[in-house]
Design a protein around this ligand. Structure first.
Ligand code: ZN
Length: 249
């Protein structure tokens, strides 16, 4: 099912992507003082998303290699280079790791007054969405394509990538019973908060090596719409943001 979707995007021979030769990796992160609560929460979301995506991949006869999770504050080294302080959450395809900057969550907490559980979940599920894209071989294909096209076209591909990660986050949400009552308004609040903090972080950020995640890409209407599409259907095949004209995303 997912492979059919992938072929649709780029017309590639998807048989090369079915290898699944990597051994599944377990999540790991050092428990840091004062961050246990964030760690536990993030760990629960990761465990849940491993179950959901493992099941979806299995249904289409594929193996899902679980991402690693790493919490940091200040700065960290990653397989994608050194991340400077306040880079925000990001996903590194080179080491299949979701990097979560705890200061981003602290800021989220302050803005949402402690009611940010769903917003936290959304941010983590969005990063996992990028991992799913990596597992599908999409990240590499998009990057290759971006080197061959104009800057404008390259930017529009980035937006498609971001909106698909949102849709994948929604697919995960569909499979989580405790999120059954999440409304479009809750999604909008989460999307807007992540984008606002993302903006702050981008401004504060010194020139680091890691590409910060583009929470600001795509309008919030688009992001909410694509999240809701994944959320209401639970079907990753509904997340084909590469199809159709850019203006209709
Ligand atoms: Zn993203």
């Amino acid at each position: 099912m997912l492979l059919a979707l992938l072929g649709l995007f780029f017309g590639v021979d998807t048989s090369v992507l079915t290898g699944g030769d990597q051994a599944p990796v377990s999540q790991s992160a050092p428990a840091q003082p004062g961050q246990d609560e964030v760690y536990d929460f993030a760990d629960r979301i990761m465990t849940s998303s491993n179950q959901v995506w493992g099941g979806i991949f299995q249904q289409s006869g594929q193996t899902y290699n679980q991402p690693r999770m790493f919490l940091f504050s200040g700065a960290t080294n990653s397989g994608c280079g050194r991340a400077t302080s306040a880079v925000g959450p990001f996903y590194c395809p080179a080491d299949s790791t979701v990097y979560l900057d705890t200061s981003f969550f602290d800021q989220m907490d302050r803005q949402l007054g402690g009611g940010g559980d769903f917003a936290y979940s959304y941010v983590i599920a969005h990063e996992v969405g990028h991992h799913v894209q990596n597992e599908l071989g999409l990240s590499e294909q998009v990057q290759r394509k971006q080197q061959q096209v104009s800057e404008a076209e390259s930017n529009s591909l980035s937006v498609r990538v971001e909106l698909q990660a949102d849709c994948f986050a929604g697919v995960w949400g569909n499979h989580v019973s405790s999120l059954a009552n999440i409304t479009e308004e809750d999604v909008r609040e989460a999307v807007n908060t992540a984008a606002a903090i993302g903006d702050d972080h981008l401004q504060e950020q010194a020139r680091g090596y890691v590409q910060p995640d583009s929470f600001t890409h795509g309008s919030s209407d688009q992001r909410v719409r694509w999240f809701m599409r994944g959320f209401t259907t639970g079907n990753p095949n509904q997340c084909d943001t590469f199809k159709g004209s850019y203006s209709q995303l």
